[in-house]
Ligand binder design. Sequence first.
Ligand SMILES: Cc1cc2nc3c(=O)[nH]c(=O)nc-3n(C[C@H](O)[C@H](O)[C@H](O)COP(=O)(O)OP(=O)(O)OC[C@H]3O[C@@H](n4cnc5c(N)ncnc54)[C@H](O)[C@@H]3O)c2cc1C
Length: 399
Amino acid sequence: MRSAEVVIVGAGIAGASLAYSLVQRGCTDVIIVEKEDAPGYHTSGRSAAVLSQLDVDEIFMKLSIMSTPFFFSPPEGFADVPLVHPNGILVVGQGAPFKFMRGVARLSRRLGIDSQEWSPEETVKKLPALERDFIDGGVFITKDGALDVHALLWGFLNGAKRGGARLELNAEVTGIHLENRKVRGVTTHAGDIACERVVNAAGAWANPMAVLAGAKPLPLTPCRRHIIVTQPRDDFPIGDWPLTMDTSRHFYFRPESGGILASPMDQEPMEPCDARTDEVQVARAADFLTRFTPKIAPKTITNQWAGLRTIAADKAPVVGEDPEVKGFFWCAGQAGHGMETSPALGEIAADLLLEGNTHRFPPEIIAPGRFHRGRLSWPSIIARRTAFFLSWLARPTRV
Ligand SMILES: Cc1cc2nc3c(=O)[nH]c(=O)nc-3n(C[C@H](O)[C@H](O)[C@H](O)COP(=O)(O)OP(=O)(O)OC[C@H]3O[C@@H](n4cnc5c(N)ncnc54)[C@H](O)[C@@H]3O)c2cc1C
């Protein structure tokens, strides 16, 4: 039987970034097993490819801020194209939701996120597809932008492979061998592999993977989100616009291949699957563009897809060893942030896997054990997260 020090299940961004960090630390006897015939086939290949450090969720905000330096200056040889096109992110909207986001942006300046506040007129001047009547202004986040997710995913995978990691495709994991609740190996469609550590980077399939290991499933819910790409009706000139998010109507759009990419920001819980599009959500996305940005109203929809964002009940990622099955390690629940947080989460996961602890981030906030023994109560979650945020505000160092 083949063997490895670590088997990572899933060649999405979570598995790839962890494999890369492990190899960088000298843990090179790593096999990444992927059930599909290509890495990134599921959620990682279906994202909107946005780096957005500004977020209402302080945990993902911190992880994105920690990751951003990597995108701007990746290690030598990581990718032969830039990982980020830093043309900013524009937040618009009306009424209370917009005021709230403007407040979040003001607060997050203290945490190192540069932003500018624009009047409605200024906003329409900078992004002429918008309508003055539908916005109270704009908040422009200057250092965010569009990620090259293909370069990012393959940068991690190729870096891991160069360091000795092996990638096996068409190798679905169908069993996990245990001895006294300790991992001893896995069964895959490509044969068995003996190992003492298995990483659950299976995305939407994180809970089915836990069941294979005899671990308790966690409150993780795959939620479908749609994206469409349209060709506008009129010849309105599309500039190098930032991704623009309308906080009061809940949709976003950005230029894509001469057209417009847009999402209705839907979030429908589903069983893990190869997510297909639903015509109602596709129509909603097109309708948002038609009503609120009529100058770029769609003539045709040239592409559409859906993917599953896997979200934990307390909205934080799940990274760390399972409290009941030794050697079974979770790396899941990246929700809508897996791309922009991958450099930091890869490093944190590698710390926890190799050393059992990390100095980069409070491990208890992301530990799978937070859901065990009835610990998932809202007062305790709020207390934990408030303490995290206040200590970060008190020492707002960029990492
Ligand atoms: C529409 C949409 C827009 C998004 N936009 C953004 C964005 O702008 N910015 C951002 O940062 N994030 C975004 N995200 C979120 C981001 O894409 C995810 O957080 C990230 O891709 C999750 O990566 P993953 O590796 O956990 O999952 P996946 O990419 O799904 O990888 C899991 C892998 O595990 C494999 N697997 C499962 N079970 C098995 C098994 N038994 N054996 C072997 N392999 C198995 C699967 O085939 C899959 O390839 C978006 C997501 C969606 C859907």
